[in-house]
Design a protein around this ligand. Structure first.
Ligand SMILES: [Zn+2]
Length: 143
């Protein structure tokens, strides 16, 4: 089981390669030779490629007989992103999801930030700008 988790930890999110599908909480469970996943935002084109990425990683590691089940309920939420995942997002320059009104700038840590656009580089992220260091950045939307 642990070996399968290790394979899964090496599968990057198609949209944010800095974090793995495990960091994002997409992998719910590994049990009875099956991997249970809940894709992020079903409206995201990337959701379609997540299962394919996991499939090919498992195949390459010799786990051809391990199946993948997609479970849509309960729906994935940003709460499932691990602490390590949040740290990696920030290192990558993306503000992790939070309930705070203002995003924390991933570059300088300031909360003197403003939302520029509800839609950033992808529909899952909003575009923000830091008024302290003036850098624009993406903020993961809360779901
Ligand atoms: Zn800043």
């Amino acid at each position: 089981m642990q070996a399968i988790w290790d394979v899964l930890k090496s599968v990057p999110d198609p949209e944010i390669p800095a974090v793995s599908v495990v960091d994002l909480g997409i992998v719910r469970e590994v049990r009875d030779g099956r991997v249970i996943i809940t894709p992020t935002y079903t409206g995201c084109p990337a959701a379609l490629t997540i299962e394919q990425s996991i499939r090919s990683a498992l195949d390459e590691a010799g786990y051809r007989d391990v199946g993948i089940d997609t479970v849509l309920s309960p729906p994935w939420t940003t709460d499932w992103i691990s602490d390590e995942g949040r740290r990696k997002l920030e290192d990558y320059g993306i503000a992790p999801p939070s309930l705070a009104a203002n995003a924390r700038c991933p570059r300088c840590g300031s909360t003197e930030t403003v939302e520029i656009s509800r839609f950033g580089s992808t529909p899952c992220k909003a575009q923000w700008r830091c008024t302290a260091c003036l850098e624009p950045f993406d903020r993961f939307k809360c779901h």
